[in-house]
Design a protein around this ligand. Structure first.
Ligand code: FAD
Length: 317
């Protein structure tokens, strides 16, 4: 079922969902199941599976230490989606990215997804490779999420790269990313907004936001969307703090601000266990406010670790 239909059927009740990443090469799919099963009691109508263009390849040095030597794509996104649908009868949402994929490979992925009965995709550009200072499109691939959306729309209409197949139409519901605190490459919020609106005007049915820790940023973002005619569901993406180092790491990686209240509280934490407890309580408060505001879904970036999300979901659902 489409995410938009899940939200419509919920009639204003806030739903619960989460995102997983494929396991590193060599790890079994049990790692995925262990990330899902503790959260099934909150009845997620869908689970997202990310797509990773770059994964480290390590080589053992003479001194026994591992050194990063190169990168390659991490496999598994589509297969894990298939496994989720098969095992749990829950909709799985694969992330499709431009970076690392030719248009031909994207088309083949869409065909696989259609064969598997997957109804939703999250269309993203992807980040720059570690070796590049800015995003460099893959030769023969797409440049922006808007290009990928156009590709999916064509696919929905039965238009393929080299032929039109009138009988092979799909009906993917397309989700896109939104940034309450602006995408870091955009010169300002309004420019970023212009492209977000373009993504929605092209047919995106829902938006999932980058993580944020200050609900006011989400409320302002939703209000600005509505004022500008963006009327699709805006799903807040949430990541509770679980370690002390995230105080510096999350702002650096995700280009977001942590509010004073949270940083002040974390400055008193003596270890990761205390930081996690503070992060949990802060996220419970955030979630309660988001439910009151009418957020359609609370979408957690669990990274395959369900325990903290479970504690939070228990307190708010
Ligand atoms: P776009 O919408 O293409 O925007 C990229 C930048 O270009 C923005 O600054 C925008 O303002 C600008 N822009 C957009 N369209 C145009 C245009 N037509 N012309 C000129 N400028 C334009 N990354 C992964 O690698 N794998 C994942 O699975 C993944 N999942 C994510 C899930 C969510 C919910 C979010 C929020 C992010 C995710 N990301 C993922 C990260 C994402 O790929 C990066 O943030 C990336 O830098 C931007 O992707 P986008 O789809 O927002 O890009």
């Amino acid at each position: 079922m489409k995410i938009t239909e899940h939200i419509k059927n919920a009639k204003g009740k806030t739903l619960f969902s989460f995102e997983l990443l494929p396991p590193v090469k060599g790890q079994s799919i049990d790692w995925i199941y262990k990330g899902i099963e503790p959260l099934l009691e909150f009845e997620p109508p869908f689970i997202d599976v990310t797509s990773l263009r770059e994964d480290y390849i390590y080589k053992e040095q003479e001194n026994g230490l591992l050194q990063k030597v190169s990168y390659r794509k991490r496999p598994g996104t589509i297969a894990i989606c298939a496994a989720i649908i098969h095992k749990y009868k829950i909709d799985a949402v694969p992330h499709l990215i431009c970076g690392g994929f030719t248009k031909e490979e994207t088309e083949n992925a869409l065909i696989d997804l259609q064969f598997l009965g997957i109804d939703n995709v999250l269309a993203l550009r992807g980040d720059a490779r570690k070796a590049d200072s800015s995003f460099v499109p893959t030769p023969g691939g797409h440049c922006y999420a808007t290009d990928l959306i156009q590709h999916i729309k064509n696919h929905n209409a039965g238009k393929f790269l080299h032929e039109d197949v009138e009988t092979f139409k799909s009906d993917f519901c397309i989700g896109v990313a939104g940034y309450p605190e602006k995408h870091f490459e955009a010169p300002n919020l309004n420019t970023d907004f212009k492209y977000l609106k373009q993504k929605v005007d092209m047919g995106a049915g829902f938006i999932v936001t980058q993580m944020f820790f200050d609900n006011q940023k989400y409320f302002d973002f939703v209000n600005k969307c509505r004022e500008n005619g963006i009327n699709v569901p805006i799903i807040p993406g949430l990541k509770p703090i679980s370690t002390l180092s995230q105080l510096n790491v999350l702002p650096k990686i995700f280009h977001i601000d942590l509010p004073d209240e949270l940083t002040d509280a974390l400055s008193h934490a003596k270890n990761n266990a205390e930081a996690k407890e503070i992060g949990t309580q802060a996220m419970i408060k955030q979630c309660k406010e988001l439910i009151e505001f009418g957020a359609p879904v609370l979408h957690f970036y669990t990274m395959g670790k369900p325990d903290q999300t479970k504690e939070i979901a228990k307190a708010v659902f």
